[in-house]
Design a protein around this ligand. Sequence first.
Ligand code: F6P
Length: 373
Amino acid sequence: MNPKASSTARRFRLALLTGGGDCPGLNAVIRSAARTAFGLGWEVFGIEDGFEGLLTKRARQLHPRDVRGILHLGGTILGTSNRVNPFQTERRGADSAPPRAEDRSGEVVRNFKAMGFDALVAIGGDGTLGIALRLAKMGIPVVGVPKTIDNDIECTSVTFGFDTAVSTATDAIDKLHPTAEAHGRVIVVELMGRNAGFIALNSGVAGGADVILIPEIPFDMERVCDKIRAREKRHGGNYFSIVVVAEGARSKGGVVHLRAADRRGAPRLGGIGQWVAEEIEKGTGKETRSLVLGHLQRGGPPTTFDRLLGTRFGAAAVRAVRDGDFEVMVALNPPQIVRIPLGTAVGAGRTKKVTPESDVVLSARGLGISFGD
Ligand code: F6P
């Protein structure tokens, strides 16, 4: 159906979906997209729990009252899932038989049409947008909105959710400083980010960390210990240090640390902070503590920056639908919001990483922060 048609029997029906891990600012996007669509005279539907809702035909119509008062709320009013890929769903076999992977993408396309939707705004990270791209190729008119606290999506200078996560992490580092200093201890804080070090890098620099370990710069434990010893020597006695470690960081020649797999068997990053803390204690003899900031980084109200970016993304996505410009992702190319072909942004499993020569890394090095290399 043509989004611009005004005198047709039924109104244009826009579906919204949030997929992958939640992040602050999702509700700002939902509110903005819905309100912009209402302004165009469209009907708006919220698909529940990401692609799971398209497999099980669960969606509800959103009215202005449903998107009122949600701008400042974390989470997503639609629910989300980071384990459902319609191209690879799990089909349980008989009792003890292991589950088999099954492609149910055709069902998703049929359900989308049967539910009477005309276009989909998919709000998610590289996983969700990668699925959206494949569904677009199968005939679903899709516009993508990039979200993730990890900031690891290509073609957008930043994703919403990242600023809030960095603020939360910086706040944690600020709070660790006085207790580390009071006891002359080393405190290691492990932060999220998957295989990208943006959260650790930005919060580490903003929070005045002494050592920052990120996936893009493999580290040597001896160099990390050198830095801690040097600080102690310079201050002539028992002295504190703050070490920030991205969950995907690894030592030179080492491997990433994984926690026990989740209930579907998917590996989860984590555990490097504890390992680094133990190695520091062994290498320097200094009392060392570690903590994992975890899902606190995904919670709380979005910052002003994330609310604004989410609002701009949501409205821009609806304008793309209105223009019939599909298989694109809205992106920030300051100061503009632009449209990027989805394939360029997330095709072939592409993700963004910290550039070791970037100005943030260079500035951090200039300030004496060690990357352990
Ligand atoms: O991608 C967002 C993220 O929070 C990552 O930083 C982290 O590795 C992962 O999701 C955690 O996923 P889960 O919520 O499934 O534990």
